[in-house]
Design a protein around this ligand. Structure first.
Ligand SMILES: Cc1cc2nc3c(=O)[nH]c(=O)nc-3n(C[C@H](O)[C@H](O)[C@H](O)COP(=O)(O)OP(=O)(O)OC[C@H]3O[C@@H](n4cnc5c(N)ncnc54)[C@H](O)[C@@H]3O)c2cc1C
Length: 404
């Protein structure tokens, strides 16, 4: 009998590790430690939860009974304060210890506050946790002047939610158009333009200073010398992976806890998954992935490693984002494509775009068309050759193309 597994962090990566261990027949103790009240999902924090359309209970990753039903010991409102690899002990913030022979680090990260003067002020918000969302929502009152810094995924979603709540919204980003690498220039440009169509002011610039005055925040932009007044600012400029525990025990880290393909760190008894982990292939760290499905899959891979079973089949990376009533999904990276085939009419949802190299699909984006994205993923995963003219013909059933 083994001493079991301790999973540090109850985000989607940690909960998925626990679920996959039990689904795979793991019988020893599974302990899940999380700082929060209970494990909840993060994508709704910038969407329905922020808009007040969903409660924390409604965005729980599992029902409360799930943990007992699956014999997962949930230790909430506490953190793991230290690892003691070699002794099998994990120390908790309340001074107690848990014994385990494998530890899975699923610690996620925190929202980046860049070193801009004033970025740490009370009127400057970030969004990573439910309490971040609560603090932000309290200020998103009709008429509130909101500056959103960063128009990638979270910034764009916050802007969309804020305008739907009646705020006056201004979005700045020095990159034009945001998300071009993932979505391709044309769709990224069209998507960014949806902010203006919804009544949001957009500007291609960066922020150089944020000064809090009583009742307002004065913001300096890189593009002009004037100061601009807002009631609050929201930074959507990226996240910082939490590598604290790993660094304390000298695991290999490099802007993420470095892991091999099996999600094992430089210490064989410690694994790492999700947003805090970074896969190293042939000695070189790959770009870190910060998407929901990748974190979920990481948990399944770590569980397979612990169980000694085959990992889930690999699949092209996928993410979604929702804004202004549009549901956007992307597979792989459009900037890898040599040619782009549009199915439907770009700008009139539902439509999709497939990125090709030769006769192989390498990436895809769809707006309101999940079927196209699912088909693209199969075409990529199975390396199926396609006829571009049939791919772009909306009357041709994509399922037929997937069958080859
Ligand atoms: C606002 C927002 C919207 C998003 N929207 C989308 C989207 O639309 N589509 C998409 O694909 N992805 C989206 N994402 C990204 C996706 O949610 C993340 O990739 C995913 O949550 C990563 O999961 P994780 O388990 O690795 O980390 P996290 O979800 O960050 O979970 C880590 C957990 O570990 C806990 N923890 C950390 N240290 C300790 C410790 N020492 N002891 C105990 N617990 C600890 C933390 O409290 C936290 O609960 C969004 C993210 C955010 C923040």
């Amino acid at each position: 009998m083994t001493a079991g597994v301790v999973i540090v962090g109850g985000g989607v990566a940690g909960v998925s590790t626990a679920a996959a261990l039990r689904a795979g027949g793991y019988t020893a103790e599974v302990t899940l430690v999380d700082a929060g009240e209970f494990p909840y999902d993060r994508p709704p924090l910038s969407k329905d939860y922020l808009a007040g359309r969903a409660t924390l209970t409604e965005i729980a990753l599992q029902r409360p009974e799930w943990y007992d039903e699956h014999k997962v010991r949930l230790i909430n409102r506490r953190t793991v304060s230290a690892l003691r690899p070699g002794t099998g002990q994990v120390e908790l913030s309340d001074g107690t210890t848990v014994t385990a022979d494998r530890v899975v680090l699923a610690t996620g990260g925190h929202a980046l506050r860049p070193p801009i003067p004033g970025a740490d002020s009370d009127r400057v918000h970030v969004l990573r946790t439910a309490s971040d969302a609560d603090a932000l929502r309290a200020r998103l009152r009709p008429g509130a002047r909101v500056l959103v810094v960063g128009a990638g995924l979270i910034g764009a979603e916050v802007a969309s939610t804020a305008i739907s709540l009646g705020c006056e919204v201004h979005v700045v980003d020095p990159i034009a158009p945001p998300l071009a690498a993932a979505l391709g220039d044309d769709i990224a440009t069209w998507l960014h333009a949806q902010h203006a169509a919804a009544g949001i002011r957009t500007e291609q610039t960066g922020v150089t200073a944020l000064r809090t005055d009583p009742g307002r925040i004065r913001v300096d932009f890189a593009s002009n010398d004037d100061s601009h007044d807002f009631d609050l600012a929201v930074l959507g400029v990226g996240m910082v992976p939490d590598t604290t525990l790993a660094q304390a025990v000298r695991l290999d880290t490099d802007r993420g806890v470095l892991v091999d393909a099996a999600r094992v760190t430089s210490n064989p008894s410690v694994l790492a998954v999700g947003d805090s982990a970074r896969v190293r292939r042939d000695g070189r760290p790959l770009p870190r992935v910060e998407h929901w499905e990748a974190a979920q899959r990481d948990g399944q891979i770590a569980a397979a490693t612990i169980l000694g079973t085959a990992p889930p089949a690999s699949s092209a990376a996928w993410f979604w984002t929702d804004r202004h009533g549009l549901h956007v999904e992307a597979v792989a990276t459009m900037s890898d494509a040599e040619t782009v085939i549009v199915r439907g009419e770009l700008g009139t949802p539902p439509f999709s775009a497939f990125g090709l190299v030769g006769d192989r699909v390498v990436a895809a984006v769809a707006v309101g068309d999940s079927v196209a994205v699912r088909a693209a993923r199969r075409l990529i995963d199975r390396e199926i050759a396609v006829d571009p003219s049939r791919l772009g013909d909306s009357s041709v059933d994509l399922k037929k193309l997937v069958r080859g």
